[in-house]
Ligand binder design. Structure first.
Ligand SMILES: Cc1cc2nc3c(=O)[nH]c(=O)nc-3n(C[C@H](O)[C@H](O)[C@H](O)COP(=O)(O)OP(=O)(O)OC[C@H]3O[C@@H](n4cnc5c(N)ncnc54)[C@H](O)[C@@H]3O)c2cc1C
Length: 341
């Protein structure tokens, strides 16, 4: 396993923003884990703590990374024994591409992940971020997650409950997991007779009208909706939704609704309400706003894009301007979903 020095990492992220890592290595097999642990321990005292990079679809480098970047390319998918209710179970190595897995399973008659099609990123990243789209979160299909603690090389399997999945959050984002590498994820998918399509999300039911309601149809409908709204990172650098949808007290949401009747909000129970961050950004007049070559995407205000040649600092400055503007106008503080480095 070779450590490369002063390597460009721009092409390893979907923002395509130029930055260099002082040290970089690529993990291709679990046999290399002891060497990765050694490299990890050798970083004690480095300016930045080691960073695990999956497909780089949810990170923003704001400058060069003075530390070790470990790129995860562990591959392999295998089917496990069915669960007690006939559930299909698949173990996927964390460096597998989540979108490939979703397509492969859906099209081979294993429904359950179809709503998550076209979300870029690795299987490991999907668990860390608990990705979600069109009414489904990864957590609803994850049975367990395997990790390696790079500090001492120990391995553990965490049950779904231990992963403590929340909205775009999990135990893997907390301080105790700073030295954990997710190595594999086991998904549990409903047996075909127990599968129910998830079509409650705005626009999806309408897109499916008149079509047979099978998993492939749901997947293709989600794909079409996403393509119409979101920029293809290959053409326009971006990291998907830049901000999380804010969750605020119900009373505050009611007051906002009085002033802004078209506000998009979802009651969550527990006297809390989720607001659509994209609506807030658009209503505050930020659609199309820019700093340098970083801009708010004109078809979906939740997405910040690199129009070509943007720096990480441009994106960071645009992010700060939006947070400040939303707080001033609505009294709601947005938090980034993207990991800002
Ligand atoms: C066009 C576009 C659309 C998107 N749409 C959605 C969407 O609909 N829903 C959604 O939820 N997200 C969406 N995203 C965000 C992104 O795709 C997900 O967050 C994805 O899961 C990130 O995976 P990754 O492998 O790219 O992670 P990276 O960006 O490489 O890393 C993200 C974080 O996870 C950590 N990490 C990654 N892999 C591991 C590992 N194996 N072990 C430990 N830590 C790890 C990294 O250190 C980092 O902190 C979108 C992004 C883009 C570009």
């Amino acid at each position: 396993m070779q450590i490369e020095k002063n390597v460009s990492v721009g092409s390893l992220t979907t923002f395509h923003i130029e930055a260099k890592a002082s040290r970089l290595l690529t993990l291709k097999s679990e046999n290399e884990l002891p060497a990765l642990c050694e490299a990890f321990r050798a970083e004690k005292g480095a300016a930045r703590r080691p960073l695990i990079l999956g497909a780089g679809s949810n990170v923003l480098f704001t400058g060069d990374y003075d530390g070790l970047v470990a790129v995860n390319r562990l591959t392999g998918v295998r089917e496990l024994e069915p669960g007690p209710e006939g559930e299909y179970r698949f173990r996927a190595a964390s460096g597998e591409t989540m979108d490939h897995l979703v397509r492969m399973l859906t099209l081979s008659g294993h429904p359950g992940l179809e709503n998550l099609v076209l979300i870029p990123g690795s299987v490991g990243g999907a668990a860390v971020q608990n990705i979600g789209a069109y009414g489904l979160e990864a957590a609803e299909r994850i049975e367990s997650v395997e990790i390696c603690d790079l500090e001492d090389g120990s391995r553990r399997v965490l049950s779904c409950e231990e992963c403590d999945f929340r909205y775009r959050d999990s135990v893997f984002k907390r301080p105790q997991a700073a030295s954990w590498l997710v190595t594999a994820v086991t998904f549990s998918l409903p047996a075909p007779q127990d599968w129910l399509p998830v079509t409650g999300y705005k626009g999806l039911a309408a897109a499916l009208e008149g079509k047979p309601l099978d998993a492939a149809a749901v997947m293709h409908a989600v794909e079409a909706l996403r393509r119409a709204k979101l920029p293809d990172p290959e053409a326009v650098g971006n990291a998907g939704s830049f901000f999380k949808n804010p969750v605020i007290p119900e009373l505050q949401a009611r007051a906002l609704l009085e002033s802004y009747p078209s506000l998009v909000s979802y009651p969550l129970g527990g006297r809390r309400t989720k607001l659509a961050a994209g609506w807030l950004i658009e209503a505050a007049g930020f659609k199309g706003a820019s700093v340098g070559a970083a801009a708010v995407w004109d078809r979906q205000a939740l997405v910040l894009v690199n129009r070509g040649g943007a720096t990480g600092r441009d994106v960071e400055a645009l992010c700060a301007r939006i947070i400040e503007g939303i707080e001033r106008k609505f009294g709601v503080r947005l938090t980034p979903e993207v990991v800002i480095l």
